[in-house]
Design a protein around this ligand. Sequence first.
Ligand SMILES: C[S@@+](CC[C@H](N)C(=O)[O-])C[C@H]1O[C@@H](n2cnc3c(N)ncnc32)[C@H](O)[C@@H]1O
Length: 376
Amino acid sequence: MYTEHRLYIKDAGGAHELDDGSIDLVVTSPPYPMIAMWDELFGGMNEEICRAMKRQEGRTAFALMHGELDRVWEEMYRVLKEGGFVCINIGDAVRTLGNRFQLFSNHGRIQEKMFALGFDLLPVILWRKQTNAPNKFMGSGMLPAGAYVTLEHEYILIFRKGNKRVFRTMEEKLKRLQSAIFWEERNTWYSDLWDFKGARQEKDGRGLRKRSGAFPFSLPFRLINMYSQIGDTVLDPFLGTGTTSLAAMACGRNSVAYELDGSFAPPLREKMYHCPLSLNRYNQERLKAHRAFIIKRTSEKGPLKYCNEFFGFPVMTTQEQKIKLVFLEKVEELGENHYRALYLDDEKARKLCAAPSHPELHEASTHTQQQSIPEE
Ligand SMILES: C[S@@+](CC[C@H](N)C(=O)[O-])C[C@H]1O[C@@H](n2cnc3c(N)ncnc32)[C@H](O)[C@@H]1O
């Protein structure tokens, strides 16, 4: 098995390299309008934005900045397959302009645009990014009627294009089963509140921006597992440091990405081409967590009912019986910013994932049954 990964250093508002309906999933985080670190980037796209900011006209600048993002959302609608998902991580902004402090609702504005394009809005995830920063409370301190609540969350907006995805062939249906997630992961991942820390924001001192706006690896890693299956193609139109492409590689999905700033490409090559095996630890951690879950659950409630065919350990439901995680073997460079990832065969993957012997890890109750591939 192999996957391919491509990065285009150009504006995603003109993703001419991509055919209509060729992408299964978009996972991304755009530059956030009205957050100071992105003023220069938006100003470089449209001089009107600089003028509006100079005149302290916040609402005009906000509308113009979103106009620049809209071009990319339009392209996302074109290239996405029917039934495909778009997951957008976005935070709102607070800012004082023209002596008025106010909230600029980036998530609200993006939802409006996606709705107008024809996407269906789905329940959102609130990403709680708690901070201990001393300046997190804004305004008049302890004095009433002039202090503002803290901004310690971001959104993960989720949209679908058209009707539900249809899994037609036996091969597609089997891949769907192999790409399932564990029961206990479902209980956390499909919660509407995610609570983990943001990524470290330092850069590597090679003249890149001080902060990249990178999201933590777990964010695209979860979303890719939740909204796509092995062999699918994931697109990030605002790639930054490359987190989405690396997560896609770790999950056995192909990736395509766009990024305006070419200085991100060499460090990404370093991670993708020179040390891809470190990505295996994310699936290894999933297995470790599942094994810990089995031991705890068995001691509290008795043996789990079903058995996973690939790993031979117990699972909670029939839907988990064919789960098969992938592990990287090596990455080849096919051209500039173009890579092919090769994965371990079944025997080597099992060997890599072998667990210390523990009776609970091999015990499923007598109800174990063979899972067949569902017809629909
Ligand atoms: C918030 S950062 C993305 C961070 C990324 N999720 C990560 O983990 O590193 C947004 C990125 O989008 C890029 N960008 C902004 N507008 C773009 C456009 N029209 N086309 C391609 N890239 C763009 C910026 O240069 C920036 O690196």
